[in-house]
Design a protein around this ligand. Structure first.
Ligand SMILES: N[C@@H](CCC(=O)N[C@@H](CS)C(=O)NCC(=O)O)C(=O)O
Length: 234
């Protein structure tokens, strides 16, 4: 399904497209969970309006955005009268609303369980400790060099666990030859992320190979940070 389309509207714009009932995605180029949601939307062929939230300018704290997500985090979506934040919550919602458009979970019981585990290792155990305010705090109060050491330490731990978890399940993708939830959450950390933080991937051949395969998928290519309207070099 190749129906995807992301049109861009600023966070403050009251846009005419709301009347067209197009889903609105509040996202940031730098945010891995936003990247994951963009991949899911693209895979499912859901058209959406993209509303960049400029995190470095503090737009996540604007009252307009806090009405969408009181936590002040991206991603968040508005889909008709449904306002939803948190990438996992959004994923479940999309998969239930559009079960026939690229299902995010396999039907086979064990493969499904591995997807749950891999996706949650990334979204619950890795992402929260690599969140922007933590990295900024380390950079400011501990030391610039320490920021990358922190990132490397936690990527190392998570990637080691994922290599081990996925070695008996991976095919072309994380759990076989179809893209599922595990891939959707993993992709943002194996595409561009290691380079951005100077992390050596040589010890992670399986994840490196997955990253190469992901980049061949148009739905993922279209979701990469560099193609987002708010992208800027760090
Ligand atoms: N559990 C949330 C985490 C979202 C999150 O941490 N978003 C970050 C960007 S990756 C954010 O908006 N940070 C803004 C801030 O911390 O001020 C999810 O998966 O959506």
């Amino acid at each position: 399904m190749e129906k995807r389309k992301c049109s861009v509207h600023g966070i403050m714009a009251i846009n005419a497209h709301e009347s067209l009932n197009k889903l609105q995605l509040y996202s940031s180029f730098i945010s891995p969970p936003s990247f994951s949601v963009r991949i899911a939307l693209n895979l499912k062929g859901i058209e959406y309006d993209c509303k960049p939230v400029y995190l470095f300018k503090g737009e996540q704290f604007l009252p307009e955005f806090l009405k969408i997500n009181p936590m002040g985090y991206v991603p968040a979506i508005v889909d008709g009268d449904i306002v939803l934040a948190d990438s996992s919550g959004i994923m479940w919602y999309l998969d239930e609303k559009y079960p026939d458009q690229h299902p995010l979970l396999p039907t086979e019981f064990k493969k499904k369980a591995i997807n749950y585990q891999a996706a949650h290792v990334v979204s619950s155990s890795l992402q929260p400790i690599l969140r922007m305010p933590i990295l900024m705090y380390i950079e400011k109060h501990v030391g610039v060099d320490q920021k990358n050491s922190w990132i490397h330490k936690h990527l190392e731990k998570c990637f080691t666990a994922l290599e081990d978890l996925l070695k008996d399940h991976a095919g072309k993708y994380a759990t076989g030859d179809e893209l599922f939830l595990a891939d959707v959450f993993l992709a943002p950390y194996v595409i561009g992320y290691p380079e951005r933080y100077n992390f050596d991937m040589t010890g992670f051949p399986l994840l490196s190979k997955l990253g190469e395969e992901y980049l061949k998928i148009e739905a993922i290519q279209d979701a990469i940070p560099e193609k987002q309207p708010d992208f800027s070099k760090m």
